[in-house]
Design a binder for this molecule. Sequence first.
Ligand code: 5GP
Ligand code: MN
Length: 347
Amino acid sequence: MTEIKKHSRFQTVIDPAAVDRVKQLVLVSQEIVITCHVSPDGDALGSSTALCMVLKSLGKKAHVVTADCPPKTLYFLPGLRDIVVATRQADRAHDLMKSADLIFCLDYNDPKRVDRLSDALLSSKARKVMIDHHLDPCIDVTVGISHPEISSTSALLYIFFWQAGWTRYINRSSAACIYTGMMTDTGNFSYNSNDPDLYLIIHDLLRKGIDKDNLYKLVMNTASESRLRIMGYGQYRMQLLPQHKAAVIMLSEEELKEFDYSKGDTEGLVNTPLAMPEIMYSVFLRKDADCVKVSMRSKETFPVNKICEEHFNGGGHINAAGGEFHGPLSEALQLLLEVIPTYDKYL
Ligand code: 5GP
Ligand code: MN
């Protein structure tokens, strides 16, 4: 009884009319595709695979389609084996998008964020449902559930399941996926994690049988030799701009090659300079095959999303944002050093 009372606060988090509409759409759809953002992280994959499993428990045909590969650290996620990755199975990914009558957009708010799948998404006749926690959605959907105040799409998805009366379809595997998303988007509940309701969700997931300590070990405390060495090297080579309270870490293609870099190896590197009390924000520039990937993190009210929006074709949250630069790494650094002083007003 008390449990139901405690959870009753979930009842109106999402507009109940939107929850009903999504339930109706699911019930009348036969071929459901779930998409998430490119370079999928724990929240994108956790929410997508959890939704896929729940939809299958409801008797639906559902597939997760991603633009590119998941990081190796998340290979253990239940359901990950079944996802369709467009870089590996382009035809199948496009066929699924084309024949879908319902497409979920999870953990992104802009069609550009599905990268090579964005044309397929935009041209699809399927009805679309967005469930997301990024600011300022700009995506044309049938139903949009946008809650930037919630720290992960996975937590928002759990609340959706609760409001829909679908928590009984969550099993230990889908619970583990939801927990992984909640954990990764809050740095194992070390930021954006003061909402007491998060812990009601964790309570429920533990009751579903998840081993949260083991999930922590698998996601946050398991690393390859190349990751450990690259993380150390990146921090060793970090540049500080004390007058702007900024730190910059940069890795060139040659350096990545030398360290036998594979995707995911630098996850979290951008956060490390924030351990210094005098540093307000941190920038990581990594030369990828097609662009320089830009990642930024900050403390308090320093808006790194503004820098990414205004100069690096990107966006994100106030304290965690990203974008890209098309050109050599040296030019990305040059631009960064030019723009950094113009943000001193936010320090
Ligand atoms: P990360 O630094 O982990 O790649 O991304 C942190 C956050 O920044 C993401 O959750 C996302 O909101 C945002 N972000 C990262 N890359 C991009 C990008 O290329 N474009 C936009 N609009 N946002 C991004
Ligand atoms: Mn997220």
